[in-house]
Ligand binder design. Sequence first.
Ligand code: SF4
Ligand code: SF4
Length: 206
Amino acid sequence: MFYLKLKSDSELVSIVCSGALVVVCEGCNELQSSGIDLISALDGARIFRASRADIEVIESFHVCSADNFKASQQGNESLFDSCGRILVLSCGVGVQQISSYFPKKDVYPLCDTFLLPGFQGATPSEFDCALCGDCHLNKTGAICPITSCAKSLINGGCGGEKDGKCEVDSEMECGWARINKRINIQSSIIESGKWKNTGRCRAIEI
Ligand code: SF4
Ligand code: SF4
């Protein structure tokens, strides 16, 4: 299981802007923090209240399912076309999935995804989230650096990438090559200064 927690006001201030479209995932009802709880939290957030008049909010059930998302958003195409950026209230998988639907849009998470003990369930998605509790997708073009990089680096690539492939596994695309390509397409800028070396433990052979 996992738990979603709205990001702090200090993080939201760089994410929320007028002209944004908020997508709330109403899937995974077994979660302790549902989309409705998060909307209440978002309504209470100072940054969101200040921009609320210019922000549209729509809901979808299980945004991680492409077929489901497209079916549920019929009629909303113009909202996605015209919005300045897409802000997502869902787990990290849902944020990445929505980014893949709109490759030319800036897509940002509004919450962090935490691990809770218990059955995780099956995610019908090519994307993965390690439930790290400090979602970096707002700085990495909505590609998870924890799960897309063999070393789970969150402060940039290791320099070992060759022709877009990872030095650890030549069959695997380098996550940071993908991130850099994506943020060149988007207008996002990776902010430095708050980086750690890695987001989770890893094994090394000596
Ligand atoms: S950075 Fe990756 S692992 Fe961490 S919450 Fe976001 S999607 Fe999940
Ligand atoms: S080559 Fe890319 S994916 Fe592989 S460990 Fe280095 S930065 Fe991570």
